[in-house]
Design a protein around this ligand. Structure first.
Ligand code: DO4
Ligand code: MG
Length: 297
């Protein structure tokens, strides 16, 4: 099942089930957000699908009509959930380890090490105030000249470290800041508009095995694709259970937390983002996450 959230003028946020091009509104107070559905599924010991299918439809919208730049006067898509936190994994694909080690100024070899070390790289990525949904603006920090898109498969953590769904994440990162010194990682990763999530959350009944999904990324500039890259999630070095296990060690992780699993598409430096670019990330079985870029400050 594909769950999403959308906004209706003068009404507010709604929960939707996407089927083909149709989004059916299943908002049923007190269940008004997808996080409410997640909490309800835990309370009732049901799957997300079971909770969602138990709610009746209050209307239908076409996905296409909602797939616009967010504007409070028009119905539009929102983030598929407001997670308590977003965490990231790093250097989970060989390409990421190789390119990061080539380009880093301080700390050569650290990426190669972490790629194969028993302990994965995990980092705090974002809170909701730093995230955007479909068509929301992703940011370039005022002090960065080399900010890149990082197209990633993300999963949503349920009770007892289970995976309850998947979404697409753009782990937008200021690579020039990260490359100067590894201790600058939080500044390269965390800022306004550093994390795009969406367009839907696909429940784990629909993606049973997440290790064979095609991931593509395009950067559009002046309406033309200037970069196109792809990877398959089969190339990932770590299993998601292992990542969650490390994340949850003596660390209180709330249900609904998003974990983004690392990028295997390393965008060459010449395609650093500039204002006006649009980043499109497609993941098989999930959809296409699209975000325009703006300079912050
Ligand atoms: O260590 C730097 C960040 C790694 C990362 O974000 C990734 O591999 O996707
Ligand atoms: Mg990343």
């Amino acid at each position: 099942m594909k769950l999403t959230q959308f906004y209706l003028p003068e009404v507010g946020r709604r929960i939707g089930i996407l089927d083909g091009d149709r989004i059916s509104d299943i908002t049923s107070p007190p269940l008004c957000t997808t996080m409410d559905l997640i909490q309800q599924s835990v309370l009732e010991n049901k799957t997300l699908d079971e909770v969602a299918l138990g709610l009746s439809s209050n209307g239908e919208y076409s996905y296409k009509s909602l797939d616009i730049i967010p504007d409070i006067s028009r119905p539009h898509l929102m983030m598929p959930l407001e997670p308590p936190e977003v965490w990231g994994c790093g250097v989970t694909y060989k390409r990421s380890a190789e390119m990061r080690d080539e380009d880093t100024i301080g700390g050569k070899g650290i990426y190669d090490y972490v790629y194969s070390a028993p302990r994965p790289e995990l980092f705090f990525k974002a809170t909701v105030s730093r995230c955007v949904g479909q068509n929301g603006y992703i940011g370039i920090r005022r002090d960065s000249q080399l900010t890149a898109a990082e197209p990633e498969l993300a999963y949503i953590i349920g009770k007892e470290q289970s995976i309850i769904g998947y979404t697409i994440c753009n782990d937008v990162s200021a690579w020039d800041i990260e490359r100067e010194n590894p201790l600058y990682l939080p500044q390269s990763k965390i800022f306004y508009g550093c994390c795009a999530l969406g367009p839907v959350m696909v429940t784990s009944s629909e993606i049973k095995v997440p290790y064979n999904l095609k991931i593509n990324c395009e950067i559009i500039r002046n309406e033309k694709p200037i970069f196109s890259g792809s990877i398959n999630s089969s190339m990932i070095e770590r299993k998601f259970e292992e990542l969650t296990d490390f994340l949850c060690r003596d660390n209180p992780i709330l249900i609904g937390t998003v974990m983004t699993t690392g990028t295997g598409i390393m965008v060459p430096n010449e395609f650093a983002l500039i204002p006006g670019d649009i980043v499109e990330i497609c993941i098989e079985g999930i959809g296409k996450l699209s975000n325009p870029v703006k300079k912050l400050g």
